[in-house]
Write a protein that binds this ligand. Structure first.
Ligand SMILES: [Zn+2]
Length: 294
């Protein structure tokens, strides 16, 4: 392709593969299969995926997924007023945790109240890792301290590129996100002061979800740790299930009564919790919420 053809092509208006609208060079992204998505349709997708990796059909399915996520957030979870937000939502980017639904969102003050952006829910059981990040650079003047660039929390999702092979029990792959997601909590020196405190609180919350400290007992705390309790409950549930199974087999029953079924489901859940370090509880909660919207 010659020089002028190249420029002619570059500045040629293209048609968005989704809405059919014209999109200029500054407001479009190329997707797989030599097609384009305009910035308006791009807003209907996750901000954390590279559109160029997907075909038109895959992105159409993704937009449906995002629509469903937005409805689960508004109609099942109950929107921004629910859950726990760390730090305050006026900040640059924040986490809002919905533990009882096994999910969280990343808030961005500039996008929150705009109805055009669907809210993207993340499941705890899709998370492969979370860690603080901090970037600085060489000072502009010699002898000065290094300059702060930004800091926050880096998330990796299961199914992503750089995740370890030993995936936790009970974890699920994220259907779309493969890149690391950076949640920026500070970009200025003023914000930097509070940044460490926020990061600590958020890491502590994820540690709580993933049972990082479950095997520890407080110095003056008597009795069982959270992990011991969970394992004991799991064992009791397993024994109960076997006892029930034997009884049912002996009685010649061919189907479970609703009470027996409920008891079996409860015990199965307790066994799962023990086997997955407590994560199965969040998987069930997220499944429940997600399945309420079709
Ligand atoms: Zn479009």
């Amino acid at each position: 392709m010659g020089f002028f053809d190249f420029f002619k092509n570059m500045f040629k208006k293209q048609t968005c593969a989704f809405c059919g609208g014209e999109c200029g060079v500054m407001t479009r992204t190329k997707i797989k299969g030599d097609e384009y998505i305009c910035s308006k349709c791009d807003d209907l997708c996750s901000q954390h995926i590279r559109k160029g990796r997907f075909t038109k059909d895959e992105l159409s399915a993704h937009m449906e997924y995002m629509k469903r996520s937005d409805r689960v957030f508004k109609e099942v979870i109950g929107g921004f007023d629910k859950g726990e937000c760390i730090p305050h939502p006026n900040n640059r980017q924040t986490f809002q945790f919905f533990d009882e639904h096994g999910m969280f969102i990343i808030r961005e003050s500039s996008r929150d109240r705009n109805e055009n952006y669907p809210v993207e829910l993340f499941r705890y059981d899709q998370l492969a890792g979370y860690e603080p990040y901090f970037e600085d650079r060489a000072p502009s003047e010699e002898g000065k301290p290094r300059e702060f660039v930004e800091g926050g929390i880096k998330l990796t999702f299961i199914g992503g590129r750089d995740i370890p092979n030993d995936i936790r029990k009970g974890a699920m792959a994220h259907p779309y996100i493969t890149e690391t997601v950076k949640v920026c909590m500070a970009k200025t020196d003023r914000e930097r002061e509070d940044h460490l405190k926020y990061v600590d609180n958020i890491i502590a919350h994820f540690d709580y979800i993933f049972g990082v400290h479950d095997a520890e007992k407080g110095l003056f705390q008597f009795g069982m740790s959270k992990e011991e309790k969970r394992n004991l409950q799991g064992n009791v549930a397993m024994v109960n299930t076997f006892i029930d199974a034997v009884k049912i087999a002996k009685s010649g029953q061919t189907e479970l009564t609703p009470e027996q079924q409920a008891e079996f489901d409860k015990n199965k859940a307790l066994m799962n919790d023990a086997a997955t370090g407590g994560l199965a509880k969040y998987t069930r909660a997220a499944d429940d919420a997600w399945n309420k919207i079709q």
